[in-house]
Design a binder for this molecule. Structure first.
Ligand SMILES: [Mn+2]
Length: 309
């Protein structure tokens, strides 16, 4: 058995304002007054004085911080799995810089992307160069005692279409990688697994040896539906929690219960879960925060797990 901790995925909930770093940071300051969250997920902050403030906020509150490198890498059109050696070199060097920034912010997990799936012909070669990229990033991470890397397996064929998709294949590949990079963990996402058409409990069981963190994320897995795909859609509200998607607190709770039944794995101090919902320009951002918090608390209740309200 292990204890599970709630994390706040601020990058998704505050998405419309994250480019305005002082404003984004001011929201994180406000978030401290909510006792529920023990972890925080952000993007990389590029302004050095704000990185310092984030570090202080993380230490002051005892948060575990996850920094998502993915948006910054994508914005620069970089790809750690690129078959173009020059692009791949620039991608690794940029990602190293991001890891240094994340370490300054007090990150525990630096979450790194894989790369776009370009077809079966190049798959093996792409996986091979991605392996080399990760090993190079790991060399950088090793200098920071408290920092590690995480990988979120995505779907390969439905929506995000990334190289590292089908969980069984990812875990097999990851097991090889772990022989060189022991501080590298899996961040599991229920939406990508749903879109990968695998039973969620079976998928978690495959990820179990390396599992550090999860996203509960809603989606519609019906290709003929206009909202099909991984859109980080809203979750439901009490009392019925119904949406067009598959996720509800009973399902979320059963996943949390399964993870709580696992023993702690070596190298992971605390296992975190968050609800991944994206805000759009014009949304009520604190309303969205309340939505993810209510939903996650209901999942904890369904699982029979304790939390601070
Ligand atoms: Mn996710």
């Amino acid at each position: 058995m292990q204890k599970l901790y709630p994390s706040f995925h601020s990058l998704e909930v505050f998405m419309p304002v994250v480019k305005n770093e002082p404003f984004y940071y001011s929201l994180l300051e406000d978030m401290q007054s909510i006792p529920f969250y023990k972890g925080l997920e952000t993007s990389v902050f590029f302004q050095p004085e704000i990185r310092k403030k984030v570090y202080q906020l993380v230490v002051r509150n005892g948060y575990q911080l996850t920094v998502w490198l993915t948006p910054s890498i994508n914005e620069h059109n970089l790809n750690l799995a690129s078959l173009d050696t020059d692009v791949r070199k620039r991608s690794v060097s940029f990602a190293r810089k991001l890891i240094n920034f994340a370490a300054e912010m007090g990150a525990t997990h630096c979450s790194v992307p894989s790369g776009p799936y370009l077809g079966q012909d190049t798959l093996e070669e792409s996986k091979k160069v991605l392996f080399d990229s990760y090993v190079a990033l790991y060399e950088n991470v090793k200098q920071f005692e408290t920092v590690d890397l995480t990988l979120e397996p995505m779907d390969r064929f439905a929506s995000k279409k990334m190289i590292l998709g089908p969980i069984a294949e990812v875990i097999q590949w990851f097991t090889e990688l772990r022989k060189t990079c022991s501080k590298f963990f899996i961040h599991w996402d229920s939406s990508h697994e749903t879109l990968g058409n695998i039973d969620l409990h079976k998928s978690l069981e495959l990820a179990k040896p390396y599992l550090a963190q999860i996203h509960l994320c809603n989606c519609i897995n019906n290709p003929s539906h206009p909202c099909f795909g991984d859109w980080h859609m809203d979750v439901g509200h009490a009392p019925d929690w119904k949406t067009w998607g598959y996720l509800n607190p009973t399902i979320g709770g059963s996943l949390l219960q399964q993870i709580a039944s696992y023993e702690k794995i070596s190298g992971v101090d605390r296992t975190f879960c968050s609800v991944e919902v994206r805000s759009h320009m014009g949304d009520d951002l604190w309303g969205k925060e309340k939505q993810v918090r209510d939903f996650l608390q209901e999942c904890f209740r369904c699982a029979g797990l304790a939390f601070d309200s």
